[in-house]
Design a protein around this ligand. Structure first.
Ligand code: AMP
Ligand code: MG
Length: 409
């Protein structure tokens, strides 16, 4: 088997893919209840002031702040009690000078009131009079009309991923439908003569298809739609047939296995046989994951991931995840990272990015990261890892005691 030369850095590989592909995204209107995890295809504006009226943030008495100035426990200010404001009710009267109105959290302030004294800072003097024991400043304990969102203001930008927070804001703004992008459809193909479906009782030499499920899980995690095209043997005709079918049905295709330089490795030829641009790179300066292929056919990208499950997952994390996020129309995206201190040295060759899977523990005030070592063919390393650490290209390893960033799975 020949070796791969011309290795591309993960950064350059990502740039190359981004420069060659952009998926035309379809915008669809969905019910708010179906919008979680989707990406906004249009900006969202406030249709009205939120809150639409000035609201109290406490239980107490709505007042004109100036009337309370100078109030103390020994010399309280006496205000005339002018009724009570029920929840969901808009007061039709205005507050006169020297008056207070009983109000509850979330209640609408009457005209003339600019603040609320907490009930804890008052005493009922008699049924008609309340003693105020502390002054309030104008605006105290009040959310002004439009303070959250002003009518016409852009509240959420196009390309925002809808999390729980965005769902809540959309609900508050009165949007029961939103325009989002159709989630990216990601095709998955597993290749190898030795691979069999999960339910199979293994015969000697057989391996159950693991990568497809790893990838399905990650793609669902990303809010995208996985489509599994099954297992294809190391047969050129069958591989090109399934790949062209997957390309027709989905936006992006992920293959795993068959990406090295052996006689049974046909992914490069299969991609090249289907049309331009074909294979753009073969080989990444990364460990694990060197035998990786990037390319595409007629505007649709294809990633050929290494067969070993741990390698397939690591390449998917390092290259596939940022690329798919870019294609999905996200305006910005972040990994979830934590800072941790290395418990042991992490050796690395210069000119190669090393990806170490690590387990995290918490000790006193910091996270400790311990690498999960093991051959890339061992899959027990995957479930024990919480995330991974990148040892950059030009560094000869990291030392025990150094602080690193762990990208969480
Ligand atoms: P390959 O890249 O085809 O040379 O495969 C490398 C190793 O990964 C071989 O031991 C394969 O049996 C294994 N492998 C390939 N694809 C899968 C898969 N989908 N699930 C589990 N193991 C796989
Ligand atoms: Mg193979």
């Amino acid at each position: 088997m020949k070796d791969l030369l011309n290795l591309l850095t993960p950064k350059d590989a990502l740039e190359l893919l981004k420069n060659n592909f952009a998926i035309p995204l379809k915008a669809v209107e969905v019910e708010l209840s179906q919008a979680f995890g989707k990406i906004l295809a249009k900006p969202v504006q406030a249709q009205e002031n939120i809150p639409p009226f000035s609201r109290s943030t406490v239980d107490g008495y709505a007042v004109f702040a100036q009337d309370t100035f100078g109030a103390t426990e020994t010399f309280p200010v006496l205000l005339e009690l002018n009724g009570e404001i029920g929840m969901g009710e808009v007061p039709e009267f205005s507050l006169g000078p020297g008056e207070a109105v009983r109000i509850f959290t979330g209640g609408a302030l009457p005209q003339g009131a600019d603040s609320v004294v907490m009930v804890e800072h008052t005493e009922l003097f008699d049924s008609m009079t309340v003693s105020v024991l502390r002054p309030v400043a104008p605006g105290e304990n009040v959310i002004a009309a439009g303070e959250d969102f002003k009518e016409g203001e852009t509240v959420l930008a196009k390309g925002t991923k809808i999390r729980a927070q965005e769902l809540g804001v959309l609900a508050a703004l009165g949007y029961n439908k939103v325009t989002v992008y159709n989630p990216l459809k990601v095709g998955i193909i597993s290749t190898g003569d030795e691979l069999v479906p999960v339910e199979t009782k293994l015969k000697p030499g057989q391996i159950r298809d693991t990568n497809a499920y790893l990838l399905v899980g990650r793609i669902l995690d990303l809010g995208m739609q996985p489509v599994y095209f099954g297992i294809v043997p190391d047969n050129f005709a069958e591989l090109t047939h399934t790949l062209s079918h997957a390309l027709a049905e989905t936006d992006v295709v992920l293959l795993s296995g068959g990406t090295s330089m052996g006689v049974k490795d046909m992914v490069v030829d299969a991609i090249n046989s289907l049309g331009a641009p074909g294979v753009l790179f073969h080989g990444l300066a990364i460990k694990p994951g060197k035998p990786t292929i990037g390319g595409g056919v007629a505007g649709k990208p294809v990633l050929g991931l290494p067969g070993h499950p741990a390698s397939a997952l690591m390449v998917f994390e390092r290259l596939g995840v940022p690329f798919l996020r870019y294609l999905s129309g996200l305006k910005s995206s972040f990994d979830t990272r934590v800072k941790a201190v290395l418990t042991v040295n992490l050796p690395s060759k210069t000119g190669q990015e090393d990806l170490y899977r690590v387990a995290l523990t918490f000790s006193e005030s910091q996270y400790l990261a311990t690498p999960i070592l093991g051959k890339s063919g061992l899959i027990n390393t995957l479930t024990r890892a919480d995330g991974y650490v990148i040892v950059p290209l030009d560094i000869e390893g990291l030392h025990a005691g150094e602080e690193v960033e762990v990208i969480l799975f």
